[in-house]
Design a protein around this ligand. Structure first.
Ligand code: PLP
Length: 278
């Protein structure tokens, strides 16, 4: 198995990062996870647009052009012969003796690995459960940083309550999952939290806006409350690895049970038609 480290594609066994990497000290880095269907990266440009945005927001220079980054990823996917799975790419600010104040002279460190992974079809058919828990994260959730402790804590808590994913809420307002975006459907209309600093603007989330428009289903970026979640006709979450996932149970701050709905099914179907896997 090969990985990408700095400017080389090397064996995973030989891949070590530096003691003074700022990613290690401060979580000072960004990342992307890109789905691969039939050997082809899905929504590749969109992921790199977001990568570039995260880099800009954190004042990190890119050591390579987007074109080179994409070429290297394609090369890595080929070397590892990935058919269906994903690629993870990360960029930390670089190596520097520990200091909160970062230097602008250091070179960012890029690492990437690939993984074969099944589409979670059983869960997509049956639905998943969420643990509703307070969103304790910082106020720049729009940046896809590797500093993910709030998300990690929410995910662990969800699992401890036998739930698949977290539903995070700030007070009464539902924000997003630990690594997914959350949607509700009420009277044929889809709602999801606006893409501001409280959530990560998911690439799958953005894709759902296109799918809904194609299917002529009204969709709005409008924040919704815990009570509106209880009263929703349908609930689903989206992410690169989950795709479109119906929610059938919520525990924690709110409790509710429901069935995968017709709009969720329509979107799932439309999603399948867009992926290379068909
Ligand atoms: N929200 C958070 C906090 C995430 O970490 C992720 C993905 O990991 C998402 C939403 C979904 O984003 P995407 O659809 O780009 O995978």
């Amino acid at each position: 198995e090969y990985v990408w480290l700095k400017d080389k594609i090397i064996s995973r066994h030989d891949a070590y990062v530096h003691f003074d990497d700022r990613g290690y000290y401060f979580g000072d880095g960004i990342y992307e996870v890109i789905r691969v269907y039939d050997g082809l990266p899905f929504l590749f440009d969109e992921h790199f647009e977001r990568f570039l945005r995260s880099a800009k927001e954190l004042d990190m220079p890119l050591p390579y052009s987007i074109t080179t980054l994409k070429e290297n990823i394609r090369h890595l996917l080929q070397k590892n012969d990935i058919k269906n799975g994903y690629v993870y790419i990360q960029m930390t600010r670089g190596e520097q003796i520990r200091d909160h104040l970062y230097s602008r002279d250091i070179i960012p460190v890029i690492t990437a690995f690939t993984k074969e992974a099944e589409i979670p079809v059983t869960k997509q058919t049956n639905g998943i459960s969420l643990l509703a828990t307070e969103d304790i994260r910082w106020l720049r959730c729009d940046i896809k940083t590797i500093n993910l402790l709030g998300n990690v804590m929410a995910k662990r808590r969800a699992e401890d309550y036998y739930c698949d994913e977290a539903l995070q809420h700030r007070g009464d307002i539902v924000t997003e999952g630990s690594s997914s975006n959350i949607f509700i459907v009420k009277k044929g209309v889809i709602y999801t939290h606006p893409a501001n600093h409280y959530i990560l603007n998911g690439i799958t989330r953005q894709h759902v806006f296109n799918l809904a428009q194609e299917e002529k289903i009204p969709i709005f970026e409008e924040a919704f409350s815990l009570e509106e979640t209880i009263n929703a006709d349908e609930i689903f979450v989206t992410s690169t690895t989950l795709e479109i996932m119906p929610v059938i149970n919520i525990k924690g701050s709110i409790e509710t049970s429901l069935q995968p709905g017709t709009i969720t099914r329509k979107l799932q179907q439309a999603f399948k038609e867009h992926t290379h896997a068909g």
